[in-house]
Design a protein around this ligand. Sequence first.
Ligand code: ADE
Length: 336
Amino acid sequence: MERNRILNTDLSGEDVASEGSLRPNTLKEYIGQEKVKKNLKIFIDAAKMRGEPLDHVLLYGPPGLGKTTLARIIAYDMGTTLKSVSGPAIEHPGEMLGVINKLSNGDVLFIDEIHRLDRQVEEAMYSAMEDFSADIIIGKGETSRPIHLKLPRITLVGATTRAGMLTAPLRDRFGVVNRLEFYTDQELQTIVKRSAELLEVSIDAEGAMEIGRRSRGTPRLANRLLKRVRDYAQVRYDGAITLPVAREALNLLDIDTFGLDATDRKILEMMMRTFGGRPVGLDTLAVSIGEDSGTLEDVYEPFLIQRGLIKRTPRGRALTALAYEHMGVPVPEDIY
Ligand code: ADE
């Protein structure tokens, strides 16, 4: 279906070009995810003290919360090199082993969407992660023979939006497992102020808060909205972002005060009108809004739950009173 570009948490071309310059390089510069940072700092410091590579790290949570950024920071802090690949793009075990074999001891291999690895590629990862080796067959037919390949001692950083989709043998091989949470409005305000400084845009505290509040708890969106509001401030005003300027620009972009996009609102409306506020199963809801149920579960639902607009019940997803109030619809007396 047509996706609302501005609130889509996928990386866009513009993000790829500019996220690099806005991304923090060290844990110190990284705002939010306090628990994850505290954990990582201890494990990184301990590995450095022992002169060993860091244990494998699994990062999971909704898109746009900083999984790639953290992988970069781990490599930077460990003083090693980062190699990034997309899980589903690697089709054969040999391809993956080739990537690993080119790395040096201590390097970080970042595998995005690791839950979508090809099964045979995944199986090859088990001994690569555990023993830093691989048993492969070379040659064909009668001349084929098995060889034991020694691989560099790398740190694998795996990222997934769905930890539940990982097989147990793969999940068990990660020594460090961290879940990324949505950012608070204050954290996003700080990120927006930091990015504005790097982009040399003038912004006041209220303007930064307004952008933060409407960013779906997601730094990737906060940075994208900041750039669009900057454009608006430049063309309509003197370039400075204040609360009224941010409000006007964000209203024009059709982002509501909770940071909900068109799909979020469609989900709430569908639950209100078509299903009369009764609990509805995830798959039924996905079909009715024309979304893939995985996307609904990984991208939309976590934020709507976090904002207290929908809740999980034994009989399906149900609306809260807040959802009715937010959509300007009277709360039914027999609300589930
Ligand atoms: N830019 C994007 N995410 C960030 C974060 N968590 N901290 C600082 N800057 C960021």
